[in-house]
Design a protein around this ligand. Sequence first.
Ligand code: EPU
Length: 436
Amino acid sequence: MKETYITTNSQALTESDSPVLEIWGPTSLKGEVRISGAKNSALAIMAGTLLCSDDCRISNVPSLMDVGRMVQILAALGVKINRKQDTLEINATEIGQTQAPYDLVSQLRASFFVIGPLLARLGVARVPLPGGCAIGARPVDLHVRGLQAMGAEVTIEHGIVHAYVKGSSRRLKGASIYLDYPSVGATETIMMAATLAEGETTIGNAAQEPEVEDLANFCRSMGAKIRGAGTNTIIVSGVERLHSTDYPIIPDRIEAGTFLVAGAITHSPISLYPVIPEHLSPVIAKLKEVGCNVILEDYKRLRLVPGELRATDIETLPYPGFPTDMQAQFMALLTKSEGNSMVTETVFENRLRHVAELQRMGADIKVKGNVAVVKGVPFLSGAPVMATDLRASAALVLAGLAARGKTVVQGLHHLDRGYENIEDKLRQLGANLQRV
Ligand code: EPU
């Protein structure tokens, strides 16, 4: 059976029609690239609009396949949703459905995030288990345990998580929750659920990612009482209702990091705007270790100053550690850095699948368990390669920019999930590439 992908403009593509990206290298880039709004903020905030019974406007929303899928999920729940350029106008006054459709949830893990807001708002939610994905099993036990601690009854039947709140008020109750692991999604689920709960919720060992803080700021713009987001302890005092808002999403630190690596791997001085430089601290520190410099040109504008590339070690960790979402792109860079680098993936159990594709391009990488040892080679050679997940696809594009000859990247539906107009952006910087 042919696999079907749903694009943001609802075209259906089948695998046999799937486009590929041809890239001719090595390339030199120059100029400035505009960074889009953060995918992972947008997805969580879109789920968060279910908390509000008035109109919400969210701006700086990237045009991505994942955002398109989340639009479909909200629409399936009965939410009115309208896109005007980079702004989504969302009205969740009437939520006609409490069950998210399996065929959409299975395509987008972030859609599980609707469980917290649905439960907080309506006292009932039914969301299919999102299942595993290319980078790991990705269970939702921490989300579920958090909701149970707040008084929800949760059962899992026929692959669907049924959650409901007993009692006439159907309101969740504030609780003190300590996460076994600072999961981004679980922190977001519990934080959203707690905004409308009775009393105070404390989330210990909370995720500190900027997208968690962005979601908290969005909820606060609707009147939620949240303190400590961006630290490892978040305190939420529940309120009875949230009001209308107009909220801009932060710039995407992972897209920005990917372009910084594009400059580094092609030895090109490029600028990025807009960015929030602090969100990129772990990535900038590693770029400096490999011999590049990153200069703050002015508020929200960074410039990559390329240098001779040398090896370094990387271990992925929850924020403010080095992001797992930048591991594949950095591995592409390390394939061309003088010496031996060790890359350790600790966040997801299966996020080294790009190694085999980079090897096809001449990279010298050995893998044992969750560790890859990368020995820098003088050059990469263009080759046909297959993207295995979103960030792996970005790594292959970066390698293609630096490799000699033609690289053909297949599996572009991964790239389209998370990078807005990446080809146009790279072409404007001088890259030679086309989708065919
Ligand atoms: N985990 C559990 N139980 C849970 C939740 C998570 O064991 O209930 C485990 C996961 O299996 C994983 C680890 O905890 O091994 C971290 O998962 P986390 O919950 O922090 O990640 P997530 O919320 O599923 C978000 C991003 C990911 C990003 C991670 C880590 C969204 C939509 N996704 O996922 O983004 O890699 O945080 O920063 O926000 C991407 O953009 O390419 C991407 C995968």
